[in-house]
Design a protein around this ligand. Structure first.
Ligand SMILES: O=C(O)C(=O)C[C@]1(C(=O)O)C=C[C@@H](O)C=C1
Length: 290
């Protein structure tokens, strides 16, 4: 049975992504995203599921940078998960949370996704970050303190016997996170989807005017649709960036190799990070409206 690493503990959105992407396998929790990527790289687990991008908060830079600068692993799939954030408190203090809660704990992305809610409903509460939403839930369950609340998935409430003091507290209804599935040898996985993507990592030649324009033309005249362009610092000096480009197309024998050859002829360094199925999950629990 395959082992699947994810950002734990049980009850995170990453663990939800694992159960949506895999019908079988043994999920293995890690306390950080780099630890999960390292476990895939060393062969401790077969697959890793890591968050990459959220519709409200943008990229998870830690994932991108670790994958590019530390351990480059093939991307073999992606799963897009609807994100519904809830305010969790200990069951003994479920009714008075508005007057008792002075600290809200969660993953930084989750706190940011609920910024307006926190400003309006708990304007004086302090925010504290933790490694994951479920780690925050576990912490407040252990502390059993009326001044503490966590923001997390409803599975975390179930896992740590907490109650949902307020449901669906994310500021915008269209809240989704993209998770990447990694495998050391690039072993592909089957997903129930028609959509395939290929991700290129591109380093432009230094200080050449119009290089980015030329890169984009290599895709545009081939009518290849790009679903994301991300620039991240190369960490070698100010103004030096690399690009991660997602193309809405599987790796074929003509179009993408042609685009790659054209980019290399322009002096770019190109790596294909993966060509993979993209599965979009639907919400498992209905929203009560925001
Ligand atoms: O803390 C979790 O539950 C995670 O899986 C991490 C994470 C993230 O990195 O953005 C994943 C999805 C949500 O956007 C909030 C947090």
């Amino acid at each position: 049975m395959s082992k699947i690493g994810y950002l734990g503990p049980k009850g995170t959105f990453s663990s939800e992504a694992v159960s949506l992407a895999f019908t079988a396998g043994e999920p293995v929790p890690y306390s950080t995203i780099p630890a999960c990527i390292e476990a895939v790289s060393s062969g401790e687990v077969d697959y890793g599921v890591v968050p990459l991008e959220n519709t409200l908060e943008g990229s998870v830079n830690l994932t991108i940078d670790y994958l590019i600068h530390e351990k480059t692993l093939p991307i073999v799939g992606e799963v897009i998960v609807p994100i519904q954030q809830h305010l969790l408190v200990h069951a003994d203090f479920a009714t008075d949370w508005r007057s008792t809660v002075t600290k809200v704990i969660s993953h930084p992305h989750a706190l940011a996704q609920c910024y307006q809610f926190l400003r309006n409903e708990l304007p004086n509460a302090e925010m504290e970050t933790m490694s994951s939403t479920a780690a925050a839930a576990q912490y407040i369950a252990e502390k059993k303190d009326p001044s503490l609340a966590a923001i997390a998935h409803h599975n975390a409430a179930k896992e740590f016997s907490l109650v949902l003091a307020k449901e669906n507290i994310h500021d915008f209804a269209n809240n989704h996170t993209r998770f990447l599935i990694l495998h050391r040898q690039g072993k592909s996985i089957k997903m129930d989807t028609e959509r395939f993507k290929t991700t290129f990592h591109i380093a432009l030649p230094q200080d050449k005017p119009g290089s980015l324009h030329q890169v984009l033309s290599a895709f545009s005249w081939r009518q290849l649709n790009l679903s994301k362009i991300e620039s991240r610092p190369m960490k070698t000096g100010l103004g030096r960036y690399f690009f991660i480009i997602d193309i809405d197309h599987p790796l074929d024998e003509v179009l993408l190799p042609g685009a790659q050859a054209e980019l290399e002829a322009l002096g770019c360094q190109v790596r294909i990070l993966g060509s993979y199925p993209s599965f979009e999950a639907i919400a498992t629990k209905t929203t009560s409206g925001i």
